[in-house]
Design a protein. Structure first.
Length: 317
């Protein structure tokens, strides 16, 4: 971060939020201790209501999509525009007033103090602030994905789905979001693998019973698509483990079956009843070996990806 007073850009991805967007914008603190300037950026992801016109009247920076492209695309384009605006810190907040914009200074403070590269709000860090009206299915889904991300990153986060977050400029420059549907889990895995420090702070959240979620309207569909994102992201950042562990496991089991079958044949001079064991073992050895080779090739591509991301990083700087 620069030695001068940093500039904060608050970005608000939204889709059909003409009613609540003005409330969010007006509630964002205009002055924050340690911050030189606060600017607001709205990413209108193909809204069919008056969201874009509302943003225009309120005189904020605006990125407009001609059609709905997904939260992941809105977030990615928002980061790009925020960096172009010279942001030293970027805060992402939803446009539905579930999060209190007055809490933005709480997220910004650890970055100002250089204690974190990303600060994320957590709805489950403190039991006293757990949302009252949050559906049980969402709680279970959040718990499941958080445990999965923790397993893959070897960390102990409490909420990896919350979109209310603050990023340092360095973290934003390091991020390359590929998925269109959502970004929340991908960002955790990416930044952890790049050595960025992430901390959580407890934040109160309002859940409105009558409101329907736009990203997770179908929880099953959301779960499947989010799971695919997590798997692909882990594959991209840890290909040696992703392909190597299954490959080594299959190869080991197949090798043991093959050796057992061979020894049995040497001792008894018979191939019955271990003939099938031999063929299954040979098949597993072959598949396992191919996966190990694939792991080595994928790891080579990972090195190439690092070089490409380094070039992107320098271009964005």
């Amino acid at each position: 971060m620069n030695q001068k007073m940093p500039k904060l850009v608050v970005m608000i991805p939204c889709f059909n939020e003409e009613k609540t967007l003005p409330l969010v914008i007006k509630s964002i603190p205009k002055k924050i201790k340690g911050v030189k300037k606060v600017e607001i950026l709205v990413i209108d992801d193909g809204s069919t209501d008056g969201t874009g016109k509302v943003a225009g009247r309120l005189k904020v920076h605006l990125v407009s999509h001609t059609q709905n492209q997904g939260l992941g695309v809105a977030f990615r384009n928002g980061l790009t525009r925020a960096l172009e605006l010279g942001a030293d810190i970027i805060v992402n907040i939803d446009a539905d007033m579930q999060f209190n914009p007055k809490d933005i200074p709480l997220l910004v403070k650890p970055i100002l103090e250089r204690k974190a590269d990303m600060v994320t709000a957590s709805r489950f860090y403190n039991r006293q602030v757990i949302p009252k009206n949050m559906p049980l299915t969402k709680k279970i889904g959040n718990w499941s994905f958080t445990r999965l991300v923790n397993f893959l990153t070897r960390r102990k986060f409490t909420d990896t789905q919350c979109g209310f977050r603050a990023y340092s400029r360095e973290a934003a420059l390091q991020l390359n979001v590929f998925n269109e549907f959502t970004y929340t889990q991908e960002v955790f895995i990416a930044l952890v693998n790049k050595g960025m420090k992430i901390i959580e702070i407890p934040i109160k959240v309002k859940y409105f019973k009558e409101r329907k979620a736009k990203v997770s309207a179908s929880l099953f569909k959301y779960g499947v698509r989010a799971l695919l994102i997590v798997i692909r992201t882990f594959r991209d950042y840890q290909p040696l483990l992703f392909f190597g562990i299954p490959g080594a496991s299959l190869f080991s089991v197949g090798f043991m079956l093959t050796i057992f079958s061979f020894i049995y044949w040497i001792v008894t001079k018979r191939t019955t009843p271990i003939r099938m064991d031999f063929w299954v073992g040979s098949f597993l050895v072959t598949i396992g070996f191919l996966l190990i080779v694939l792991a080595l090739i994928a790891d080579m591509f990972k090195r190439m990806r690092r070089n490409q991301e380094e070039i992107l990083y320098r271009l964005k700087c």
